[in-house]
Design a protein around this ligand. Structure first.
Ligand code: BEZ
Length: 210
């Protein structure tokens, strides 16, 4: 099944390095990032999982829970974590789903047979407090992800969730944001009494509230 933006993230029960869990119960009202990696004891994945372990606080600050997945066993995840700690400076302290039967991988369409085998590709799902999918990205197995970009998108998604505003190309927190085109100017004037910059009727910038 292919999952599209705005769909409910399918719920599931799975064994993880933090014990068995029900995804919705574990996630609660937080944001979540669910990501798959192809295989334990592989180099690119080692760097990715180490990065997320080192940067977990950046996700927590945004109320984002992290959960990873591969088709390996819990024992493999736990054994590999020691190598990640040794080589990357931190071991994953977020749950890793063991999906040897590929139930969750298939639910989220994380296996792409054209990619060579039946392991998962590098899928990323950002899921909102309402359990709806806000972002999907799929990287090939040979390319390590840019999780700084994923944090940037989460910042943008959270601005939109809070204010209804959009963010322009390469936006970074602190920069001006965009009044959506479906908001008429009379509404924008009421919503932003300090004013906004109108370059075109459809291109209007404003300081991000808050
Ligand atoms: C890796 O994580 O290094 C990797 C996994 C599968 C294919 C290629 C690279």
């Amino acid at each position: 099944m292919s999952i599209r933006l705005g769909d409910y993230a399918p719920n599931f029960k799975a064994d993880t390095t933090a014990g068995p869990l029900d995804f919705y119960d574990w996630k609660g009202d937080s944001w979540a990032i669910l990501f798959s990696h192809p295989k334990d004891y592989t180099p690119v994945c080692t760097t990715e999982l180490g990065y997320l372990a080192r940067e977990k606080a950046a996700f927590e600050k945004r109320d984002v829970k992290i959960i990873g997945l591969s088709v390996d066993s819990v024992d493999d995840h736990i054994g590999w974590a020691k190598d990640i700690a040794e080589t990357q400076g931190a071991a994953p302290d977020y749950p890793l789903i063991a999906d040897p039967d590929r139930e969750v991988s298939e639910l989220y369409d994380m296996i792409h047979p054209g990619e060579g085998d039946t392991s998962t590709v590098r899928s990323v799902f950002v899921i909102g407090p309402d359990n709806r999918v806000k972002l999907t990205i799929t990287y090939p197995k040979s390319t390590g992800r840019n999780f700084e970009e994923i944090l940037r998108v989460i910042d943008s998604l959270q601005v939109t969730a809070r204010t209804g505003l959009a963010t322009p190309v390469n936006w970074q927190p602190g920069e001006k944001v965009i009044v959506p085109p479906d908001m008429p100017s009379y509404e924008a004037e009421a919503a932003f009494p300090a004013g906004f910059e109108e370059h075109k009727p459809y291109l209007r910038y404003v300081d991000a509230p808050g």
